[in-house]
Design a protein around this ligand. Structure first.
Ligand code: NDP
Length: 240
């Protein structure tokens, strides 16, 4: 049986690596994205993975997008909530929109996607949900009250939903990446990034594939006893 997976924000960065890792496992993958059609088209041309455009922060769009994926590819067995944005700034300078956009997309997106896909997983008695949190949701980060709150919320969301899925074959886990070499981290000023890398015990940024391999394990049949957990993949930067 071929499993169907949706990877939100699955067309570039960490999401692209996750889409490819799940495809390599034999899954049929739908890669969602927000609006960068050019990158999404290049991704599909490169990988053969179909891309679907919708905003994960929009509840109705998630319902419609997931229904479209199910109609075209089959019932959805796996959801990886990877889509995320940053709108950094110290509290004094952070607008309500900066707060709200990050909460709506990073945390609200997990709720919206689970609402669309969890009931079907329960009916079929098998499912995998992996939510991409962050080291900054675990440890906090100057200038990121919005992002840290949303990512921290993801870790709580994961543990709560894991309890609801446990009896029906659905596992719900989180991954907390450290600093990974993607467009998101490329936006960090070089001087700040240098200081960050100096704090990573392994002495380098992570690679998207290193997160994807963790996701692939959590989505496998072999990981059926792993639920409600957070896998930290951060080069030793934050241990607890
Ligand atoms: P990128 O900025 O490289 O890619 C983000 C992806 O998410 C893109 O595909 C983008 O689509 C999509 N996306 C953004 N907003 C939405 C939305 N509203 N609806 C649907 N898709 C959306 O991010 P990364 O690969 O760096 O990060 C991936 C995840 O990992 C994020 O959740 C991030 O917070 C988390 N993370 C990243 C770390 C890092 O160091 N890079 C560290 C810790 C966590 P489009 O191409 O159309 O814009």
């Amino acid at each position: 049986m071929t499993r169907v997976a949706i990877v939100t924000g699955g067309t570039r960065g960490i999401g692209e690596a996750i889409s490819l890792a799940l495809k390599d496992m034999g899954m049929t993958v739908a890669a969602n994205y927000a609006g960068n059609d050019e990158k999404a088209k290049a991704f599909t041309d490169r990988t053969g993975i179909k891309a679907y455009r919708w905003d994960v922060g929009d509840y109705d769009a998630c319902q419609q997008g997931c229904a479209q994926v199910a109609a075209e590819l089959g019932p959805v067995d796996v959801v990886v909530n990877n889509a995320g944005i940053t709108r950094d700034g110290v509290l004094a300078k952070m607008s309500f929109d900066d707060w709200n956009d990050v909460m709506r997309i990073n945390l609200g997106g997990c709720f919206n996607m689970a609402k669309a896909c969890f009931p079907g997983m329960r009916e079929r008695g098998w499912g995998r949900i992996v939510n991409i949190g962050s080291i900054n949701g675990q440890a906090g980060q100057y200038g990121q009250v919005n992002y840290a709150a949303a990512k921290s919320g993801i870790h709580g969301f994961t543990k709560a939903l894991a309890q609801e899925g446990a009896k029906t074959g659905i596992t719900v886990n989180a991954i907390a990446p450290g600093y990974i070499d993607t467009d998101m981290v490329a936006a960090v000023p070089p001087a700040v990034l240098e200081k960050i890398v100096a704090k990573i015990p392994v002495g380098r940024l992570g690679e998207a594939g290193e997160i994807a391999r963790g996701v692939a394990f959590l989505c496998s049949d072999e990981a059926g006893f792993v639920t409600g957990s957070t896998l930290s993949i951060n080069g030793g930067q934050h241990m607890y």
